[in-house]
Design a protein around this ligand. Sequence first.
Ligand code: IPE
Ligand code: IPE
Ligand code: MG
Length: 247
Amino acid sequence: MSIKENINLEKLPVHIAIIMDGNGRWAKKKGEMRIFGHKNGVKAVRDCTEACAELGVKFLTLYAFSTENWNRPKFEINALMELLVSTINKETKTLNDNDIRLTAIGDLESLPKSCYRELMNAIDKTKNNKRMTLVLALSYSSRTEIVEAVKNIGEAVKEGKIDPKDITEQTIIDQIYTSDIPDPELLIRTSGEHRISNFLLWQMAYTELYFTETLWPDFGKEELYDAIIDYQNRERRFGMTSEQVKN
Ligand code: IPE
Ligand code: IPE
Ligand code: MG
């Protein structure tokens, strides 16, 4: 029996987020340049997207480039951006064939023009797809996202459109990049790092975290199924007692 059959389809996470980490170390172990690791990470992206769509997961968010990643060597950034352009270009047809909508969060306008154009083109071409939404976090910083939300709310207060007394969690949710995306129930980080790295800080208030030693290019469908099964075996208590949850 395949491990996939152990997944309870009634208890699937609606939204899975992944910090795809370990490409550089994967390449180094093979005596290759870091970019070789990034190139080999594309297959894992494809596999996970396919696996999530097949299972019926509605949202998959992939952390592909953080604002902090702009501090990497210029040639690695350039190679990553080129890889992004060529991958988006190549995969748009597959996304359409599989009824998958592409969207993106982050400071997208800071991306190189060619990258931004390709991304917007793919987002537009896939915008009517319904089976699953694939969210790419690009030039993403969760703190920046929150700062921008606070600025917008501040403006609204200044213009008298909102009374500070009426600010609720929903006011903030309405202003963050993910306003139309439910919070992830499951976060996966590969490569053995146990940190969040400025990813979805607001949205992960109650997310279940799953860490694996596997380096991203080696991550595939089977391990995604493992992570989902692990998630399904947890008791999500949201502050209550176990007895309350069970009744
Ligand atoms: C993740 O792999 C991809 C990006 C951050 C773009 P890394 O490039 O961080 O790989 P390691 O962590 O150095 O192994
Ligand atoms: C986080 O990975 C960002 C992405 C996966 C795109 P990093 O490898 O850049 O994270 P840190 O800096 O080691 O935490
Ligand atoms: Mg890393």
